[in-house]
Write a new protein. Structure first.
Length: 331
């Protein structure tokens, strides 16, 4: 699993990235409810990275609102562990309003399937159909929190932090679009928009590209948009907007547009790729070179970055000659 870092007593504690389908499959019980009646059950230790870490054992009672897998309506008693005060293991939260709990049976106990992601925000109101498959039910739970104006911003932000782990589906994309309309503040709005761009969502292109065209668009959100565009957009319907971004005074925006043109890789993207080839910035020109190599199938003329850095002029000359022939009908 990809790892993020968490500090504890000057040592790096690896935290696994969330794999939502895996956790769903490994969980024997998936329920929506609220944790209450928490009691201390004792002390224990867990071994992390070769270290024995002291933890406190708790029992809690979840008042179940609905069940998605296993379990039944009624209270569920769970046992879980948290590091003692002053220590951190990167464990996720179980409390705080209505949550979606992922649980399994461990001997006589019912415990979180993983302590790092024991639960996610949910709503008292279910956003999907009881006939949906399990993953659609889970993503509908998360999507409803994002789209509902009555759900707290903190819950929306928690889901947006793990958006990378939510499988793409038309249902969840529709929830993101509705969430964009009801977003309570620019931070949530722009992060939802980034999620839509990462899902190659055509409907989000015009608004996102208009924001990038503004010189005063805040830098942190610009970086998020640019990364999403460069790494995720593959739909040819974005080409005309990407061509406009190639005229941006901001180099990073032009580079993101050129990278997306490379990933689109269709003949309709040739004029935009040729435009990138003439850019004053080396990275933008590189993406223009890679785009033309991909489109034409001349992969030997699509160099690696080190090769381009050493012999870039050769590749630029090749594609400039090719582009002149293309524009005069000789290709």
């Amino acid at each position: 699993m990809a790892m993020l870092a968490c500090a504890m007593q000057c040592h790096a504690i690896p935290i696994p990235s969330l794999r939502l389908p895996e956790i769903a499959a490994e969980s024997e019980v998936i329920i929506v409810g609220e944790l209450n009646k928490v009691d201390v059950a004792g002390r224990d230790s867990v071994v992390v990275g070769g270290q024995a870490i002291d933890v406190t054992v708790f029992t809690g009672r979840i008042k179940v609102t609905r069940t998605l897998k296993g379990g039944s309506l009624g209270d569920v008693v769970i046992t879980y562990r948290e590091p003692t005060e002053g220590q951190s293991l990167g464990y996720g939260t179980l409390g705080g309003g209505t949550r979606l709990f992922f649980l399994h049976r461990s001997g006589a106990e019912i415990a979180p399937t993983t302590p790092y992601y024991p639960s996610l925000p949910a709503s008292r109101i279910y956003g999907g159909s009881p006939d949906d498959n399990l993953m659609t039910k889970i993503t509908s739970e998360l999507g409803y929190v994002l789209e509902s104006p009555s759900e707290p911003s903190a819950s929306k932000e928690e889901i947006l932090r793990i958006l990378y782990a939510v499988p793409s589906s038309s249902t969840f994309t529709a929830s993101l679009r509705r969430g964009l309309l009801s977003a309570p503040d620019p931070n949530i709005k722009y992060r939802i928009m980034t999620g839509l761009l990462r899902r190659n969502d055509v409907a989000s292109f015009p608004q996102a590209f208009d924001l990038l065209a503004r010189d005063d668009f805040p830098a942190p959100y610009r970086e998020m948009f640019e990364y999403a565009i460069g790494s995720s957009i593959t739909d040819p319907r974005a080409i005309s907007s990407l061509e406009e971004l190639l005229h941006s005074p901001i180099v990073s925006t032009r580079a993101a547009a050129a990278e997306a043109i490379w990933h689109i890789g269709t003949w309709s993207a040739v004029p935009a790729a040729i435009s990138a080839l003439k850019d004053p910035d080396a990275q933008v020109r590189y993406y223009g070179v890679r785009a033309l190599a991909t489109i034409t199938g001349q992969l030997e003329w699509g160099p690696s970055i080190p090769e381009y850095q050493e012999n870039g002029a050769k590749y630029i000359e090749h594609w400039m000659t090719w582009s002149k022939n293309f524009q005069t009908g000789v290709h």
